[in-house]
Write a protein that binds this ligand. Sequence first.
Ligand code: GCO
Ligand code: MG
Length: 409
Amino acid sequence: MKIEKAEVLVSSPDRNFVTLRITTDDGLVGLGDGTLNGRELSVASYLEAHVVPLLIGRDAHRIEDTWQYLYRGAYWRRGPVTMAAIAAVDIALWDIKAKAANLPLYQLLGGASRDGVRAYGHASGVDIPELFDSIREHQALGYQAIRVQTGVPGLGSVYGVASSPTVGGARYDYEPARRTALPVEEKWDTAAYLRHVPTVFEAVRSEFGPELTLLHDGHHRMTPIQAAKLGKSLEPYDLFWLEDCTPGENAEALRLVRQHTVTPLAIGEVFNTVWDYQTLITDQLIDYVRSAVTHAGGISALKKIMDFAAQFQIKSGIHGPTDISPVGMAAALHLDLAIHNFGIQEYMRHGDATNEVFIQSFRFEDGYLHPGDLPGLGVSYDDQVASKFPYQSAYLPVNRLQDGTVHDW
Ligand code: GCO
Ligand code: MG
């Protein structure tokens, strides 16, 4: 089964997506996600110029060999662009292999380890009443696990908080593609945030009770000692996890946080390989692996990270915001269903335009996702609809402290 064609598809239904479509000489088609939010065209051009020409004529069944060929063969290893490009190939080849076997992909990864995949959604509000409404809307949709983010008094728009009210009572999309020529800028004050967040969780617990599973994302903004303080101050509210409390580059920061708090820690959405996790996993400094299939080099690579993590009782919390395409989400769901050390799946829900371009077969019921039982990933791509949504320049925001210093966003 030889690869006959590989096409890089860039479209922008709600936001930009980079999709790789591989076709074999016996007519099977596989899809892969290579979307890197705000830097999409770098992956598209890496694929077009340096990957597609190497794929033509290769045996589509040799997934591991192709992965190693692209990773080791480039000499320049790792990095978000390279690893998203390799992921796109890897996901597309798994899609093809499962279609060739006429099985849903999770069957090739060991079969289902559970009936469904528990998902968490994103509730947010500029203030507590708006946040409560958002939590209730998520509960009405079936979510039993909810991420909580709010505005911070004195600051304008901040990460994780929807800028517009709920659309049709159904979804908050706080990070629509910001289709601007330059990134928008936000203001940040960590001290104000640290004062505010525990009061938010106190209010949420007293309104919604002890059973609701709650999560929070610090989005890389704290120093180790600030993160330790936050983790400790949130202990009474029993979080499922505190995510990305410090910037991802320094594993030792989490050692310090760990010494001060038993709030579970999650990190990894900006990581690219197992090497980013080496100290964090072997020294048991985290509880959840947050990588996306798309950004960690694909299904093959994330499966290896999760098998490594399993030896240390560390679980998965695969990244699933709307900038992961439905193809990347489907890949996550098949892996979630199969691995033993599944923790939780982020599920932010795509918009209507995205769902028109990417036709999906997964289901979401009572807070649980299932990838469905179509052969392969269960996602197809509608070129005609996609042609209505050409690429548009879009950036994530840039963050500045009150005095104008650039800070982590
Ligand atoms: C999350 C993430 C996202 C990222 C986004 C950047 O936990 O879902 O933090 O919200 O900000 O993926 O592109
Ligand atoms: Mg995050």
